[in-house]
Design a binder for this molecule. Sequence first.
Ligand code: NAD
Ligand code: IPM
Ligand code: MN
Length: 361
Amino acid sequence: SKSYKIAVLAGDGVGPEVMAEALRVLDCVEQKYGVTFQRTPANVGGAGIDNEGKALPESTVNICRASDAILFGSVGGPKWENLPAEEQPERGALLPLRKIFGLYANLRPAIIFPSLTGASSLKEEVIAGGFNVLVVRELTGGIYFSQPKGIEGEGRERVGFDTLRYSVPEIERITHVAFQAARKRGKKVCSIDKANVLSSSVLWREIVTTISKEYPDVELSHMYVDNAAMQLVKWPKQFDVILCENMFGDILSDEAAMLTGSLGMLPSASLAEGSFGMYEPSGGSAPDIAGQGIANPIAQILSTAMMLKFSFGMLEAADAIDSAVATVLEQGYRTHDIHQNKPGEKLVNTKEMGDAIIAVL
Ligand code: NAD
Ligand code: IPM
Ligand code: MN
């Protein structure tokens, strides 16, 4: 029977809590589909600092290299916020992982489940009938990684600075990802930029337009990021695939998540060339609720489904997880973040939500 190797990097805060449920879902998939998932846990983020002295220990990188995919929880939290910036969980582990493994394409599907329209921050008439937006975020370039960056000088003379660079090949490859995704769904790409101010955006818009000629069946539009932030709240159904550079995609994907009810619902896949990928919820370690066992595990579970689909080609199992999630939401199961005090809702904790999904699976 088939066997896949998974590096399990649960990380900090609610990371290990929601990861536990994703792993139980994987147990269930093993039984149902006769596959084996060889899982190797490894320290990352604050857990790496506390246990091995580094946010991204060598041993963790080696475990990831020896695996077919990385299942990632979340990293960071108040405990590590006073360390030098480059040693903290985010810049010391998460960003290097994305860079080391060439995970340039971040897919964040914001889908509103019909039974959750009440949890959205938007009015019923705006989201009636649901919506399905895919944020395609460039993940290994732009202002996150470009050099030079730093803080120079002394005292009040100090300057902090970052650089936003994009090369033609970097823009080309993420544009192809967006258009290929659009081809399989609503056949529209809206490319987000700030071409009225940023030179990197002028080049971005030019290259996206050139690449779009290879996809005559897909409609391209361009939108400034400030307008896009507004349009997402005003009428999200106008969007199909949203193509963004790294930081714009970070911001707009949190916004898109809330339209669907909660950040705890938004999964993500970070893909390299080939089948390798890292799969993680779009949200963070949620220090405000960590340790209470009440976090929503759905983003982690849907990220696991994305791993089955994109890295292992297990489309049927991925669909089964997606529909099990839809079913438990219809049955009324709600973690606190999506709980509306409506009749028929059952307020559950992290583990009970996992139980409900597994029961349906
Ligand atoms: P956050 O995403 O951790 O939390 C924002 C809000 O969303 C909080 O109110 C939180 O309770 C809620 N939330 C997030 N996930 C949830 C879930 N699964 N269930 C229910 N509610 C959930 O963002 P933040 O507070 O800005 O950041 C906290 C820490 O996480 C920081 O150290 C940040 O750098 C880090 N972070 C990590 C990742 C990652 O590892 N991929 C992503 C974002 C933020
Ligand atoms: C995300 C997170 C990360 C990002 C942080 C924690 C570095 O916000 O995955 O969206 O900005 O990419
Ligand atoms: Mn983010």
